[in-house]
Design a protein around this ligand. Structure first.
Ligand code: VG1
Ligand code: CO
Length: 544
């Protein structure tokens, strides 16, 4: 094998965000941009020699090229074996599953998740460690520091490999194994959930469903699991053929971007259940007939009912949620007598809790739910979990959620996103919040009184590492909350996220429109943060 050391110059914008490095494809296409980052990953990994890595991505434009480059660079950096999904594909949770099952050293996941794809869209790259989860901040910071100093990278001279056929290749002494991207994952799902019961429900003639893969990675997974193993008909799968540009869409499973599915579930003859996943397969949206389940409620309902599924019948060790996620899960944890952990946004913060056996279920308000079965959030897993509950409880989605509210109270919840606003102005908005937040306690706004306000900081209970400046929290004396933070995954300007939450214990008042139920808090958010002034926007881009 001929290895070349190529000279290069650093780029100074390669700091990983909430979930890896995400940039426009055109940025990744700059000379050596991808190579610099990949070499910076390898340089941060001690003991990589001779080890096994997993490589795969969501299939977006640039995925194929990046996979080939990574293979040549892995060989030159002494990696022993690479497992790569056929076609360079692996959903994010499947990559996590394969890393764990095959006891790999780590993996490189190629994805910008739900961000639009194609030559003018986004690309992303993320390193996962041996537990299958996103690298913790200590490693992502080292990668970033390496990228600022890089002068050369190593690459093997080798032609592109055929990644479209299962089998083995080699580049010098490194073996490349092209694996089926679906099978290990499908097998794991079958261990966790009662496929016989779900199969019976689906084939009962009394149940209709739709799954929307949004032209992204979950298509082949849904085909194998939902269609081949559980018997849904092909017409119940929407947009199941992955495309490099995701069909020109925005594979973000929410009420705005998954409109096609939402329209079906709100039509006169709507099916009983609808679900969608995102570009890389780690998010989920759950719908009942004319009913939307907020992700925060979904986490709480799954936790309260977990004992009804084979994988979680022994109960939960604990529940973890990201800080902006509603406190609905806290109430379930309290009733179950288990611990509840509040972490910063991003799945990497759940890894230690899951490894230490402190938490079994985790969730984020951003359509992310998962458990200790892998170390990523997992879209299809959540869909199967819901199907398992529906099969056991024999109630509708709406009945399950509204009875949950009656029992625990309802946490009205909404997120308002202001996308692609001016970065400097968004920074000023956050700074003025930071400046005033220490002094907000005790101030009254109408019926609401501020109980506390801070810039969220997290100390990891397992390794003691500290993460600061994770979002401004304003908590009120009745338990309501407003949270402000800037997105760490966008690639254009800044995105301001405002998270609103209010608790309602009275069953007679639990069926309001969330925007109305939260109107008072929406006003207060504007008063405190002067959103219109700083963003120049009259209204949010996306309301969830
Ligand atoms: C967003 C979500 C966050 C999620 C992250 C990655 O981050 O808010 O909860 O973990 O995306 O999800 P941010 O920094 O833009 O708010 V995914 O599906 O992109 O891997
Ligand atoms: Co995703």
């Amino acid at each position: 094998m001929k290895v070349t050391e190529k000279e290069t110059q650093p780029y100074f914008d390669q700091r990983p965000g909430t979930s890896g490095l995400r940039k426009k494809v055109t940025v990744f296409q700059q000379a050596n941009y991808l190579e610099n980052f990949v070499q910076s990953i390898f340089d941060s990994l001690e003991g990589l020699q001779g080890q096994t890595l997993v490589v795969g991505g969501d299939g977006r434009y640039f995925n194929r090229h990046a996979a080939q480059v990574i293979l040549r660079m892995a060989a030159a950096n002494g990696v022993g074996r690479v497992l790569v999904g056929r076609g360079g594909l692996l959903s994010t949770p499947a990559a996590s599953c394969v890393i764990r099952k095959r006891a790999a050293f780590g993996g490189i996941v190629l994805s910008a998740s739900h961000n639009p794809a194609g030559p003018d869209g986004d690309f992303g790259i993320k390193y996962n460690i041996g537990n299958g989860g996103p690298a913790p901040e200590k490693i992502t910071e080292t990668i970033y520091q390496n990228s600022r100093e890089i002068r050369r990278y190593r690459v093997a001279e080798h032609a592109d490999l055929d990644l479209d056929t299962l089998g083995e290749h080699s580049i010098g002494t490194m073996v490349v194994e092209v694996i089926d991207p679906v099978s290990d994952y499908a097998e794991l799902m079958q261990q966790l959930f009662d496929f016989d019961r779900i199969h019976a429900l689906i084939n009962s003639g009394l149940f209709q469903m739709r799954f929307d893969a949004m032209h992204a990675i979950t298509g082949p997974y849904a085909q194998e699991i939902l269609e081949n193993r559980l018997g849904i008909t092909p017409d119940a799968l929407m947009n199941a053929v992955p495309k490099e540009d995701f069909g020109g869409g925005h594979p973000d499973p929410n009420l705005v971007y998954a409109k096609e599915l939402v329209d079906v579930l709100y039509a006169a003859d709507a099916p009983d259940f609808g679900a969608a996943s995102d570009g890389d397969g780690d998010r989920n949206m759950i719908l009942g007939r004319k009913f939307f389940v907020t992700p925060s409620d979904s986490l709480a309902v799954l936790a309260a009912n977990a004992h009804l599924t084979p994988g979680y019948r022994l109960g939960l060790a604990g529940i973890a949620r990201s800080m902006p996620t509603s406190q609905a899960a806290d109430r379930v944890a309290e009733r179950l007598g288990i611990e509840l952990f509040e972490t910063p946004t991003g799945w990497k913060f759940f890894g230690n809790l899951l490894d230490a056996g402190k938490a079994t279920l985790c969730g984020e308000e951003s359509f992310g739910t998962g458990s200790d079965h892998v170390r990523e959030k997992d879209g299809l897993w959540a869909v199967l979990f819901w199907l398992n509950l529906l099969a056991v409880r024999k109630e509708s989605v709406q009945q399950i959620v509204t009875s949950h509210w009656r029992s625990y109270g309802r946490n009205y919840y909404s997120r308002h996103d202001y996308e692609s606003v001016d970065g400097a102005r968004a920074g000023e908005l956050m700074q003025q919040l930071r400046d005033q937040c220490g002094a907000l306690a005790g101030i009254r706004y109408g019926n609401y009184e501020v109980a506390f306000s801070d810039d969220f900081a997290y100390t990891d209970p397992v390794d003691g590492s500290i993460s600061e400046r994770q979002g401004i929290r304003v908590g009120f004396s009745d338990g309501s909350r407003i949270v402000f933070r800037l997105s760490g995954t966008g690639t254009e300007g800044a995105t301001l996220r405002v998270y609103l939450e209010r608790y309602e214990a009275d069953p007679d008042r639990q069926l309001q429109d969330p925007q109305q139920a939260l109107a008072g808090l929406i006003d207060i958010a504007e008063q405190i943060a002067r959103i219109r002034h700083y963003t120049g926007r009259e209204a949010p881009t996306v309301i969830t």
